[in-house]
Design a protein around this ligand. Structure first.
Ligand SMILES: C[S@@+](CC[C@H](N)C(=O)[O-])C[C@H]1O[C@@H](n2cnc3c(N)ncnc32)[C@H](O)[C@@H]1O
Length: 200
């Protein structure tokens, strides 16, 4: 259901679906990140552009070429450079031991894709590298303020612990917060937030 065609159609509009301001959890915590940064499902560039503006090298990967074209336009308008790569994360193989950080903001994927991808994400981090993730939790299913309508694609603290078992959590929690990210994410939401470090 949430395939390349779905996303390209959603992004085919002049406006930025999730706005051009970065995710607030990322803004609060970007100080723990080191580069290069891999951004999973970067979308229209708001988070990559923010990090590039803070001096970090960022590679944004997304299945939607429409989104990444908008991401490059946003970067140009802010006079920063980002790298983009159109790729399906179900087949994506990041370079091992290469990234200082990986971010995943509302990058909801089916469990079958996560089970293959997340071990590769752990491996692509350098020792001491940081994973930063915010996602809608399973409790978001009852709300209409954003996120997939598929419990398998929603997260819990337990899923995070299990699926990133080789990282050491620095922060791991579920909370309710007001999200205001364009028209795509708007209103009170249940989210999980996760920052974890790869053993040095
Ligand atoms: C809710 S949007 C979030 C976009 C961005 N992270 C943000 O916070 O603005 C989810 C993104 O996941 C991307 N996506 C969905 N399935 C994907 C896949 N299999 N591989 C790569 N990207 C995917 C979509 O194209 C979309 O940009």
């Amino acid at each position: 259901m949430y395939d390349k065609k779905f996303w390209n159609e959603r992004y085919t509009r002049d406006e930025y679906l999730y706005g051009t301001y970065p995710n607030s959890f990322l803004v609060e915590n970007f100080g723990v990140l080191t580069g290069p940064v891999l951004s999973l499902s970067e979308g229209e560039g708001r988070n990559a552009v923010f990090l590039a503006g803070r001096g970090l090298k960022v590679r944004g990967v997304d299945i939607s070429e429409v989104a990444l074209t908008k991401a490059r336009a946003l970067a140009k308008s802010k006079d920063v450079e980002i790298q983009t790569e159109v790729a399906d994360l179900s087949e994506f193989e990041p370079e091992k031991n290469f990234y200082g950080s990986v971010i995943s903001i509302s990058a909801h994927l089916p469990s079958a894709v996560r089970y293959k991808l997340y071990p590769l994400v752990e491996q692509c981090l350098k020792p001491g590298g940081i994973m930063l993730l915010e996602a809608y939790s399973e409790n978001q299913l009852a709300r209409n303020t954003g996120g997939p309508k598929d419990v398998d694609m929603l997260m819990t603290v337990e899923k995070l612990k299990r699926e990133f078992s080789n990282l050491e959590p620095v922060l791991i929690r579920e909370l309710e917060r007001e999200v205001s990210e364009g028209e795509g994410h708007a209103g009170l939401a249940s989210v999980v937030q996760f920052i974890a470090r790869k053993k040095a």
